[in-house]
Design a protein around this ligand. Sequence first.
Ligand SMILES: Nc1ncnc2c1ncn2[C@@H]1O[C@H](COP(=O)(O)OP(=O)(O)OP(=O)(O)O)[C@@H](O)[C@H]1O
Length: 230
Amino acid sequence: MLLKVENINVAYGHAQVLHGVSLEIDRGEMVFVVGRNGAGKTTLMRTIAGFMTPTQGAITLDSEPVNGTPPEKMAQKGVRYVFQDKRVFAKLTVRENIQLAAYPTGEPLSEAIDKVVGIYPKITRFMDKPAGGLSGGQRQLLLLGRALVGSPRLLLIDEPTEGLAAGIIEEVFKVLDRIKGTVSMVIVEQNLPVVCRLADRVYAMKEGGIPAHLTTAAEIQDQALLEQYL
Ligand SMILES: Nc1ncnc2c1ncn2[C@@H]1O[C@H](COP(=O)(O)OP(=O)(O)OP(=O)(O)O)[C@@H](O)[C@H]1O
């Protein structure tokens, strides 16, 4: 198992937000987490990425305990977190944004650029323009490409299609479909058609717990079943 989250509790100060959450990801799997606003999805992602430490339970990456490992160390271990806010370095060019991702991994810039262009060829024409001028969808595709730099072990992607127009959602979908199987991914997503078409497994979150885990194609493609959790 690549990632094992076992029975974790997580709190902001005295407010406990995750209650006994468990989840597993195998190599190459694409697993989705669905649930209403406030269910605790982002907190779960932040915890796996090292921004929060569980007060109870264990997290292991390739059998190595990583509870309390800070985010920069988790990044060095190959865990990449694509935040919900789609934030890029707005004043830097697209090329410089990719360079900043490549530098700590030691991957040559040309290879890093090839990776981003490989998943989103249209980015080429914006390479020397400020990233702040990109649309929300283009920024998301840049961030997904950047997350692939340095051969990550695990991508954590928080609401990749949120706030995007239908056309660009389809582009994000195609990119996720293309990288499926090449890297392990945990994706928080509320767009159920996207979830139904892509997921290997689905965890449904509610009130800081995971009341349902859908594993068969029949369950995953049953949108009405997933809708109960939104
Ligand atoms: N920094 C914080 N301090 C205190 N409570 C917080 C903080 N961040 C989130 N919470 C609370 O934790 C709970 C879970 O929030 P979280 O953002 O993980 O949910 P979510 O399922 O990702 O929702 P959303 O889709 O709105 O991001 C909510 O009740 C929220 O109010």
